[in-house]
Design a protein around this ligand. Structure first.
Ligand code: GLN
Length: 243
């Protein structure tokens, strides 16, 4: 296995609220500290996406306004490539606004935004209050190994899982996909969508390592790091959510 992680960020200038860029920095630092190579590329509006060019494709959160631009581009310009990347086993991580675009559609009032159809979810922008606050969920990425992700959510959209979709996790505190079902996010193998900002990875170093190992094929556990600050960030995020 090559000791190198290649990350491609989709629309990094538009889909990047709540400093989701920190997620990319977290991946870069944890690779660098272990001597694992790291390369970051970007794919902007109108640019073709190379389906073989990265081990991990990343889309951050975004405002409705920016999502309009990205939704069309993702569906019209990048659809085939992102499907091909997922089919060959690349990791896809999408946060909040990016997560909404992974599904079939995002209905914004009378305006339907197309999704890229990588996962069986649909999102509707509800009339009700935005779902905002600290959140913690329980995930089981490997059988029998339950762990907690903690972060922050702020979304107007409500996401429903279709029959073919599995949630990423179970809500322990907070709202999750729709504030009712107790489901948070979606997971289809290595394709993951979540409403969790935080930014997600600096508050959940274990998950950053899972992504690195899964995307590169390096065996887990990856080499240990001095994670005193990361552990404190995780504990604080859990505490903020009341877990
Ligand atoms: N604009 C979307 C919503 O409000 C996503 C927001 C976000 O990425 N935080 O539902």
């Amino acid at each position: 296995m090559p000791e190198r992680l290649r990350v491609c960020a989709l629309y990094p200038d538009l889909m990047n609220i709540y400093a989701d860029r920190g997620n990319l920095l977290m991946l870069q630092r944890r690779c660098a500290w272990r001597g694992i190579g790291f390369a970051l590329t970007a794919s902007h509006l109108g640019e073709a996406l190379d389906p073989d060019g990265a081990d991990l494709y990343y889309i951050g959160g975004g405002q409705d306004r920016d999502q309009r631009l990205c939704a069309r581009d993702l569906a019209e310009v990048k659809r085939d490539a992102i499907h091909a990347a997922a089919d060959r086993g690349a990791v896809v991580l999408a946060v909040c606004g990016g997560y909404q675009l992974l599904g079939h559609s995002y209905q914004l009032g009378s305006e339907p935004l197309p999704g890229v159809g990588l996962v069986d979810v649909t999102t509707v922008r509800a009339e009700g209050p935005r779902l905002i606050g600290n959140i913690a969920i329980e995930v089981e990425l490997a059988p029998g190994r339950r762990r907690v992700l903690a972060g922050f959510e702020n979304h107007g959209g409500r996401t429903q899982l279709g029959p073919a979709a599995q949630p990423l996790g179970r809500v322990l505190a907070g709202h999750g996909n729709d504030g009712r079902t107790g489901h948070e996010g979606v997971r289809r193998g290595r394709v993951i969508g979540t409403y969790m900002h935080g930014p997600l990875l600096p508050k959940n170093a274990w998950f950053a390592d899972w992504l690195i190992a899964t995307a590169t094929g390096l065996p887990e556990p990856l080499g240990a790091l001095d994670d005193e600050l990361e552990a404190a960030a995780h504990a604080q995020a859990r505490q903020a959510a009341g877990i």
